[in-house]
Design a protein around this ligand. Structure first.
Ligand code: FAD
Length: 568
């Protein structure tokens, strides 16, 4: 961006020992002042972290190496525990109980690590700089602009809501992505009940106001529908008895089923439970337009129908942020949907830039290219066939680099071969057997379709943040003693092991103290016992004792007194 007239003095936020200290290093760059938010004269490597969500926070919480000068930039000066946002929408949990100030987290770190409430609006990877402005949606109003340089950049800016360019969605729908969204929904829900209770309205008008529509049958949409249903049944019936029978909750899903990333048993249970609860579940309904009064859907048959509504919550997934799209254009990734990294979370084509969480994905096509290259390297005589010993080497190599492949091979028909080869530990009993390389390749191409992109979840983001922090913590140590797999393009080993995702399971709260849990090993549990497991896991996953106590207190308060329906 061109700012020729920008000569105003830029405020420099360099937090040192809890106070604000002006940095001396400010000079002109492209008509814009460069402000070095890092410690003046620091010889330390400068690390800039963009984002204070799951990935960014996990990164700096796990960072221990004091040899970096770290600058955290984010328009959000707190970490939000997003899995509890649906509970905030109806007052089951208070908004302030699910957030932790970033400065509180950083205070405990005793490292050179500073926070600045600003958003990055441009990444210049060639000159190793990020362009920032003070946060726009806050009192700072985005008026202060500055440039920060880096040696390493960690991009963890998450994603934005995906509206699929559906007309009217931006203007008329609520989203459930940020804490502010959850607070807005909470106020609007109460608003609807108060408006519907006015004496001047007809029952038809009341019904329209009390028609809640949720778009998207994924975990967030389903959990919000369940929360709203509980709120109506447990609290609203007592507080607004005159309108309680006029409430209708409609859940629209374009696909054939709810929760399609869960086990079939969970999907079926959720759909049956919602139908029993009187939630109007409409699968195969795609929203085509939203006006200020009604929402229009198209059924699979092509039939268009409209539902007048009081409130719509749009929860249909995520899309790439504009700053990432712009960065992708710069680095030749314009043809991709999401920023691609390698298995070490390095952005492809930029060695000192890392990306993780919802804003990035590990490039799986490259993974398959790598696997083919491993085969070619092993097949030294170019015969197209490998001996058992060669196959063993290939499998070791692949499994070390790509744990997903190992898991898949274990579960599928190749398992016996893998076991045989693994157990033989180099002492191959059946040396004479030759396996057709094509057969193995066919099995691995099946892996390709299995190795879908990692899900955009807090679990993935947090594990990636912790992994990257561990790499930064042991940067020098692993430089001397690399611990990664052998390089097949070049000599020696990779410095670090690649990122391994460990799936710990997933929950889908379905209301009325019933939760579905899908744990590793396809272990499925639905009911009250899973609800207690959910309480325990979410309490234990809080980032501080302060939020843990607050959340448990809110749950208890709700059990004893019900939810607070004040519209404040
Ligand atoms: P985020 O957590 O979104 O953080 C992005 C950060 O970047 C924010 O601090 C933001 O302010 C900052 N930022 C944005 N733009 C800029 C910029 N230009 N410059 C600098 N900083 C910027 N996952 C689960 O695993 N389990 C669940 O139960 C679950 N429930 C969810 C419920 C809801 C309602 C939602 C919305 C999500 C849920 N998720 C859940 C998904 C999970 O929250 C995301 O996958 C996770 O937040 C991704 O982490 P992230 O760090 O990539 O992005």
């Amino acid at each position: 961006r061109d700012h020729p007239s920008l000569v105003k003095l830029l405020v420099v936020f360099t937090v040192s020992g809890g106070g604000l200290v002006a940095s001396a290093d400010a000079k002109s760059y492209d008509g814009m002042n460069i402000v070095n938010t890092h410690e003046a004269n620091s010889k330390k490597k400068k690390v800039v972290v963009l984002g204070t969500g799951w990935a960014g926070t996990s990164f700096f919480r796990n960072l221990k190496n004091p040899t970096y000068d770290v600058q955290v930039l984010s328009p959000r000066n707190y970490f939000a525990f997003t899995p509890l946002l649906p509970s905030v929408t109806c007052g089951t949990v208070e908004a302030r109980s699910v957030v932790e100030p970033i400065r509180r987290i950083l205070r405990k770190k005793h490292l050179d690590i500073h926070y600045c409430e600003a958003e990055c609006f441009k990444i210049d990877a060639q000159n190793q700089k990020v362009y920032c402005r003070s946060a726009q949606d806050t009192n700072l109003k985005g008026e202060e602009e500055f440039v920060v340089d880096y040696d390493y950049l960690v991009i963890a800016v998450g994603a934005r809501v995906n509206t699929f360019n559906t007309p009217g969605v931006e203007e008329h729908c609520h989203f459930l992505k940020e804490v502010e969204d959850a607070q807005k929904i909470r106020r609007t829900v109460i608003d609807c009940f108060e408006r519907a209770s006015l004496p001047t309205l007809s029952n038809e008008e009341r019904k329209k106001i009390l028609q809640f529509v949720i778009v998207g049958g994924g975990p967030t949409g389903v959990e919000f529908a369940a929360e709203l249903h509980d709120f109506v049944n447990e609290d609203i019936v007592k507080l607004y008895p005159q309108v309680k029978d006029l409430v209708k909750i409609t859940l629209l899903e374009a696909g054939g089923h709810l929760l399609n990333m869960f086990d079939k048993r969970i999907t079926t249970f959720a759909e049956e439970k919602f139908r029993r609860d009187g939630i109007d579940l409409r699968t195969g309904s795609m929203v085509v337009k939203v006006s200020d009064k009604e929402i229009s859907t198209k059924a699979k048959s092509g039939e268009i129908s409209s539902i007048p509504y009081g409130m719509v919550v749009w929860s249909t997934g995520i899309a790439t942020r504009p700053i990432i799209l712009d960065f992708m254009k710069q680095i030749g990734q314009a043809n991709r949907r999401v920023l691609a990294t390698d298995e070490w979370l390095r952005v492809e084509g930029c060695d000192n830039v890392y990306a993780m969480g919802d804003c990035a994905t590990i490039n799986q096509r490259k993974v398959m290219e790598d696997i083919s290259a491993i085969f070619r390297k092993a097949d030294k005589d170019n015969s197209g066939t490998l001996t058992v010993k060669e196959v063993q080497e290939v499998i070791y190599d692949i499994c070390e680099r790509y744990p997903q492949v190992e898991l898949y091979l274990k579960n599928k028909h190749m398992s016996s071969i893998v076991d045989l080869l693994k157990e033989s530990k180099g002492d191959v009993a059946k040396e004479s057997i030759e396996l057709d390389i094509e057969e193995l390749k066919r099995a691995l191409s099946e892996v390709d379709s299995q190795m879908k992109n990692l899900p955009a979840t807090a679990q993935v983001a947090a594990q990636q943040g912790a992994y990257l922090a561990d790499c930064f913590n042991r940067m020098e140590e692993c430089e001397k003693n690399p611990e990664g797999p052998l390089r097949f393009r070049g000599e020696g080993r990779h410095r670090f092991r690649p990122f391994r995702y460990r799936h710990l399971g997933q929950f889908a709260p379905l209301g009325a103290e019933q939760t579905a849990a899908q744990l590793p090993g396809d272990w499925v549990s639905i009911g009250q016992s899973s609800q207690w497991l959910w309480y325990s896991v979410y309490a234990s996953k809080q980032v501080s004792w302060r939020t843990r106590v607050l959340v448990v207190f809110d749950w208890t308060k709700r059990l004893v007194f019900g939810r607070d329906s004040s519209r404040i």
